[in-house]
Design a protein around this ligand. Structure first.
Ligand SMILES: N[C@@H](CCC(=O)N[C@@H](CS)C(=O)NCC(=O)O)C(=O)O
Length: 211
């Protein structure tokens, strides 16, 4: 195996955060675009839990969590903005995001998938998290410091999903710094590279080397 294998799904925010870190670290991999209802046999063999992203390194190490892929990439990035040890709020922010924020996001976007759910209640329950981001952007343009770093990349793909569900409502929030930060992340070169489209991977096709 010449390069790591990355099972990914373009629109998945967990896979986005992993790809953002990998491209910033200039780590190339063989990208295998997954369709979740038709997951590749090999992916299910190596990682039966069946979520993306999954990365298989050349030495056989398997990274099955987006944050583990970010950590692996961050080790190779020479910037303080990619050192989560320098961010005292990293663990707290991520646990709120992957926990409560994601819980509310799913119920806001897909209320019909759950019993007796009030989408607007779940939308509004995420406002304090957005307010917290806005407050944190007082001294710096990014959550990680002066450049888009590990905390920004771990978080903004989820804020993007939340914002896109009702862009008018989101754009009218009195959270200017948050809106500017999201725009900046979304218009970055990094994000363009990460969102390049690939067709569903099949074992027969030529390897897609990414980025
Ligand atoms: N904790 C995992 C979550 C990954 C995840 O839930 N990915 C979604 C796609 S956005 C998925 O694979 N869902 C398929 C499923 O849960 O069956 C991570 O951080 O990598």
């Amino acid at each position: 195996m010449e390069l790591p294998i990355l099972y990914s799904f373009r629109r998945c925010p967990y896979a986005m955060r992993a790809r953002l870190a990998l491209q910033r670290a200039e780590i190339k991999s063989e990208l295998r675009e997954v369709v979740l209802r038709d997951r590749p046999e090999h992916m299910m063999e190596i990682s039966p839990k069946g979520t993306v992203p999954v990365m298989l390194l050349q030495d056989g190490t398997l990274l099955e969590e987006s944050l583990d892929i970010m950590d692996y990439a961050a080790e190779k990035i020479d910037s303080i903005c990619w050192k989560k040890e320098s961010m005292p709020n990293f663990d707290e922010m991520i646990s709120k995001l992957d926990g409560e924020f994601k819980h509310n996001l799913d119920r806001y976007k897909y209320p019909n998938r759950y019993d007796d759910v009030d989408a607007i209640k779940h939308r509004d329950a995420n406002i304090p998290f957005l307010q917290m981001i806005d407050d944190l952007l007082t001294d710096n343009e990014f959550l990680s410091g002066k450049e888009m770093g590990i905390l920004d990349c771990a978080i903004f793909p989820f804020i993007r999903q939340f914002a896109n569900h009702d862009r008018d409502w989101f754009d009218n929030l009195p959270l200017e710094k948050l809106l500017k930060w999201l725009d900046c992340c979304l218009s970055s070169e990094e994000f363009k590279i990460v969102m390049k489209k690939y067709k569903q991977w099949t074992p027969e096709q030529d390897a897609v080397i990414w980025p």
